[in-house]
Design a protein around this ligand. Sequence first.
Ligand SMILES: *Cc1c(COP(=O)(O)O)cnc(C)c1O
Length: 370
Amino acid sequence: MPVPLLDLKAQHATIREDMVAALMAVVDQQSFILGDAVGQLECSVAGLSQTKYAIGCANGTDALLLALRALNVGRDDEVVTTPFTFFATAGAIHNVGAKPVFVDIDPRTFNIAPDAVAAAVGGRTKAVIAVDLFGQMAAIEQLTAAAKGLPVIEDAAQSIGARRVINGSQVMAGEAATIGTFSFFPSKNLGAYGDGGMMVTQDEALYETLMKLRVHGGRRTYFHEIVGYNSRLDTLQAAVLHAKLPYLETWSGARRKNAAYYDAAFSDVPEVTVPYIDPANTSIYNQYTIRVAARDGLQAHLKLAGIGNSVYYPLPLHLQPCFAYLGYSDGQFPESERAAKEVLSLPVYPELTTAQLDEVIAAVRTYFGR
Ligand SMILES: *Cc1c(COP(=O)(O)O)cnc(C)c1O
């Protein structure tokens, strides 16, 4: 039996009645634009993230864009970030007119390296964007120090509900950043039935600005203090997400259990480097990403065996054609470039059965002759 990389239908089957009820409540109220479910979800996500404020928006990419705008990042400003991330992180920087400044990653966690950030922060730097890649928080306290007082945006699209122990207390993804951003794209741990996003912050002034930016720059209809966007979170999506949120911790726990099962099964396969989770972190495993020198061979083998897999990400952002104007070259960020050649993500979604996990494991082991 083939094992998909992600099985959204399997999850939907377990919660179908809840979802239909949540959706129909909005339909019956006909309150599609900023209806009650949006505020309810914002309240719940702020609670989960241990932040004072949460602001829904249209998607995770807009969450980054609005965060940069709220921090007044614009033309001639530089924003330091990682080249080993989904495109949106750097795309948002470009789209506010600023310049992405890339620095290399920590090869163990794949997250941006704080010492590299410290070295790159200069006179033109306006902000830092850290990404919590694959569900594990970046070293936010070290990055905050490296940013030398500048704002830090935490792109937590892949890490809602992830935690990190800082000075003895549990800090949630998004909590310690100037602004944290989430995506509810269907393949994230908390996935909508379409697009959705959210920003969280502890800062009231930023909250007020973000609330304006998502509706054309004014809190009173037809009065505009700044030029904003149409980037509201759809009420139908908010209703789905609010009904799904109570399951999130259980789902992320199931992902951790699947990850531990793989870790044990690959412990005697030296060709496979299993994910490294910083001991301070609790990952939500949006991806279970191994490193393999012979990655392309393994990938072809898994494809033939019907095992879903994917490479996140095959080309680091400093080498993307659209960023050629930034003048980076091959070899400049060796850890990001090596990661792009070696990573492979395996199915880790919560509904995987033991039989399916065993099938994935057998296919990987067979490739290495074990
Ligand atoms: C998914 C993702 C985004 C973008 O989210 P969308 O909701 O698809 O716009 C941004 N950054 C990272 C790291 C992501 O994984």
